[in-house]
Design a binder for this molecule. Structure first.
Ligand SMILES: Cc1ncc(COP(=O)(O)O)c(C=O)c1O
Length: 332
């Protein structure tokens, strides 16, 4: 049985066509606005948190502990959900307490999150640090629930399984079939949830991800593991035995200089889309992935896809921390 969730995201999120880009590329490019899932919890993480936090509440937990980078959208969304549900929240963040409060960090502070800072070396042991914090809270009579990076695990995965079903219903309502569904791959949970939906519904959608760090081979392993955990949760053995790691389609080559590092060509691309479609992609995730999609279409690698759906997974608050770099590419 599919696990239960709390319902707090603003769903279904709308799907609309990107008019000018579709015309230019001679493809029907649609966008699903998962950046509209909420304000404080805007983006993709809320869908995963709906399942994770349900489990936390069922286990009578009183504190959520999670981790990420300084500008983690997942961390900010977790703070917002915890606060909404009357739970305490503790973040383990990579970096140093910043001098100026920008983007997601400003919101974390506004909502009163407890934060433990770890430098990059110490952050390699973030899982141990979260376990130690959980013990500390237990000593204070609190029960903590640990959510891994990006809530990308077996339970969080049902968030994008749910989204896949939402898309299927929207296809019926819109009388359209999306040949390909495209998303950003950061910790793997958005892709693996969509893939879970495609596998369980046995549809012919091609699910394609663009990684914004690491390599496609790395993410094939990560995603296989998340999928396998979800299939265990619902005791689905037949798909587990048929399922092939090579069905996971991740296109490498668009991570640029690495996680959260932007080159001017990447920022210029974000600017072009903002000025032609009125849609803001963020420099860390959606900007790189969508740039990959447009480039691959131009290279002729999406010949068999007429209708393409890109999932806008959010990230607007993080964009505000790129002010200085964005200024360098602004047209005078
Ligand atoms: C805005 C945004 N888009 C995409 C992603 C990638 O999603 P996932 O971690 O599920 O791969 C993330 C987080 O990693 C994100 O914050």
């Amino acid at each position: 049985m599919i696990p239960k969730k709390i319902s707090i995201a603003n769903t279904p999120t709308p799907i609309h066509k990107m008019a000018r880009l579709s015309e230019e590329l001679k493809k029907n490019i649609y966008i699903k606005r998962d950046d509209f899932t909420g304000m404080e919890w805007s983006g993709n993480k809320i869908r995963k948190l709906e399942f994770a936090v349900k489990e936390a509440l069922d286990q009578k937990c009183s504190v959520l502990i999670t981790c990420g980078g300084t500008q983690s959208n997942h961390a900010r969304a977790t703070v917002a959900v915890a606060t909404k549900m009357g739970l305490k929240v503790h973040l383990v963040l990579r970096g140093e307490s910043p001098d100026s409060l920008e983007g997601n960090m400003l919101l974390n502070e506004l909502m009163g999150a407890a934060i433990t800072w770890l430098d990059s070396e110490a952050f390699k042991n973030h899982e141990e640090v979260m376990s130690e914090l959980s013990l500390k809270y237990a000593g204070e009579g609190e029960k903590a629930y640990i959510i891994p990076i990006g809530a990308s695990n077996g339970i969080g995965n049902f968030g994008y399984y749910d989204c896949f079903n939402e898309i299927s219903k929207q296809e019926n309502d819109m009388n359209i079939h999306f040949d390909t569904i495209v998303c950003t791959v950061g910790s793997g949970g958005t892709y693996s949830g969509l893939k879970l939906g495609q596998l369980l519904n046995n549809t012919d959608h091609s699910i394609i991800g663009f990684n914004i760090s690491n390599t496609s081979e790395y993410f094939k392993d990560v995603i296989s593991e998340i999928l396998s955990d979800s299939l265990d949760i619902i005791d689905e053995k037949s798909i587990k035995s048929q399922y092939n790691r090579d069905d996971i389609l991740i296109i490498d080559g668009y991570a640029g200089c690495g996680y959260a590092i932007s080159r001017s060509e990447e920022l210029k691309f974000i600017l072009e889309i903002a000025q032609s479609e009125g849609i803001i992609f963020d420099p860390v995730y959606t900007g790189k992935a969508f740039r990959g999609l447009v480039d691959q279409i131009k290279l002729g690698n999406f010949e068999n896809s007429e209708n393409i759906l890109f999932i806008h997974t959010g990230g607007l608050f993080g964009t505000f921390s790129f002010e200085n770099q964005i200024r360098t590419v602004l047209k005078k």
